[in-house]
Design a protein around this ligand. Structure first.
Ligand code: PTJ
Length: 245
């Protein structure tokens, strides 16, 4: 579909088209289309831009990943469709490997997603899982021993709440990217990034390139995730109040 650049919601519509294109390629799951719609609705309510609370959590997430021993970036169909190239760049800057983790796992989708990241010079983990995340019964329990299983920090864009909780129960520090501040994933994460994924990853690349080693401790000490989640809800409430005047 041809969307004119002058359309006030051009960026959002282009992302929607991209998710549809990757659905047609067999990378995004059918439920991924629904997930995209849910994300769009929250983004509309938040204001379709990275807010201060988003930037603060993205900065803290970069600091946490830089300080980690084995940071891993988990990817599913939607994350691949929307941000494969930028996630590949972030992975290289942060020295964090990328692992495929799918809710609706099929060998074909795994192969297609791995091919997509190979275009950007990344050989992803999770193609031949050799470990299980305890406490999950669906396909997302499958993981790689050298990746998610042994990771100390895991970045999980567009994750389901069960696995976020299971990773937390394994003692991992979980960083979520989810536009819904009320989702179980956002609520259980160590750092909850409430921002649209493509914007979040681009911001994280900027922070990762700029951040100096001696800044990491201070950033982590001053970050308060409870405050982030509270700031998101206050922002939504204030925005609704302003718009209803
Ligand atoms: O590729 P698979 O098989 O692993 O399946 C992936 C989906 C996304 C289908 C699966 O993980 C799923 O069902 O996720 P949920 O439970 O729908 O959660 C997705 C969350 O991501 C929702 O809270 C959305 O609001 C949020 N979301 C959707 N698009 C974006 C987003 N958050 C940030 N950026 C987005 N672009």
């Amino acid at each position: 579909m041809n969307i004119p650049k002058s359309h006030p919601r051009y960026e959002s519509l282009m992302k929607r088209e991209r998710v549809i294109e990757y659905f047609n390629k067999g990378i995004v799951a059918t439920a991924g289309l629904i997930a995209q719609g849910r994300g769009e609705a929250f983004d509309y309510i938040i204001g379709e831009k990275s807010m201060d609370f988003s930037l603060e959590s993205e900065r803290a997430a970069v600091a946490l990943m830089k300080s980690a021993k084995n940071p891993i970036i988990s990817v599913n169909g939607n994350a691949t469709a929307l941000s494969a190239e930028d996630l590949a760049e972030l992975s290289k800057i942060l020295n964090a490997r990328i692992e495929i983790s799918l809710f609706y796992r099929t060998d074909e989708r795994v192969r297609k997603i791995a091919d997509e990241f190979r275009k950007f010079g990344i050989e992803v983990l999770g193609q031949n899982p050799d470990a299980i995340i305890p406490g999950i019964e669906h396909m997302r329990a499958l993981c790689s021993r050298e990746g998610i299983y042994s990771a100390d920090v895991v970045l999980i864009p567009l994750e389901d709440g069960d696995r976020a909780m299971a990773l937390k129960n394994m003692g991992k520090k979980v960083i979520s990217v989810d536009l819904n501040p009320l989702s179980r994933t956002s609520q259980v994460a160590y750092i909850s990034i409430v921002d649209e994924l493509t914007r979040a990853v681009k911001n994280m690349i900027v922070f990762a390139n700029k951040m100096k080693e001696n800044e990491i401790g201070g950033i982590l000490n001053s970050y308060d995730n409870k405050k982030t989640l509270s700031d998101v809800l206050k922002h939504i409430k204030n925005r609704m109040e302003d718009m209803s005047k």
